[in-house]
Design a protein around this ligand. Sequence first.
Ligand SMILES: Nc1ncnc2c1ncn2[C@@H]1O[C@H](COP(=O)(O)OP(=O)(O)OP(=O)(O)O)[C@@H](O)[C@H]1O
Length: 291
Amino acid sequence: MELKIEHVTKSYGSKQVLNQVTLHLKPGILGLLGPNGAGKSTLMRMLSTLEKPTSGVITWNSVDIAQHPDELRAELGYLPQDFGVYPNMTPVEFLEYMAAMKGLTLKSARKRIDELLEILNLSNDRKKLLGGFSGGMKQRVGIAQALLNDPSLLIVDEPTVGLDPEERIRFRNLLSTMSSNRIVILSTHIVTDIESIAPDIAILFRGRLVNFTTPEGLIQRADNKVWLSIFPSSELQEMQEKYIISSSIHRSDGVHARIVSDFRPSQNAVLLPSTLEDAYLYAVSPLGGAS
Ligand SMILES: Nc1ncnc2c1ncn2[C@@H]1O[C@H](COP(=O)(O)OP(=O)(O)OP(=O)(O)O)[C@@H](O)[C@H]1O
């Protein structure tokens, strides 16, 4: 099982959205990180065979997916960013409908739907209408539809947007258990979504792949670059203009800020261990080589 993205570029008119992206993936979870507008959804849509690259090639087990999309479609599960459900259907009706669209027989679909509702902890809600489901429950239905054909490639685009913290953790754990025998691509701009579950991280910035590494590898690159600096709140704006501030707290003695910088940002600044969040901010800044 192998997905290869080779020198992929995508333009809409004169606007280049992806620029020479190359990535080779094997089973496991890839966390695809990048700020809004970096090109993540565009890449996901191309991997899902909904769009074709302007140049470059994407192959699934050595077959060009732009030339032969059906080979991948049979093994693909996709949860798009703007996934919607029909509010007047029950999850079973909705999943039967999606299964028919994917060409599954009703008999095999029913068996699979029962299994998925069980795995996704929705069995007790199988007769309720989707319109009354919480965001997290709807996302679980979204994942169920993506898993109907037991896909070898599972693509989930910004799946935790709108979920509460508990639902977010449950969703992450679920993806983690699904990743042993398939390639899972999880696209997000939320670093904590992938911190604990993705052994590989790719960072897109302005259409370019600026990093393809492990969480540990990324954190290492920000070693000795994260500082705790304390300064009066009147200086906050000036510091924000000068430095990457990954977080700040107002205290009685001033602002306590985590600053990502190659150099000591103030005389009283002390070094802190870097986190993935700090390292990500560093990677998508000119300091980390992005521009
Ligand atoms: N069909 C299209 N026509 C023109 N421009 C597009 C089209 N689709 C995407 N874009 C542009 O491409 C850029 C990348 O968009 P994309 O949705 O891929 O980014 P993203 O990283 O997924 O960000 P977000 O998290 O905001 O969805 C944006 O500037 C967007 O406006």
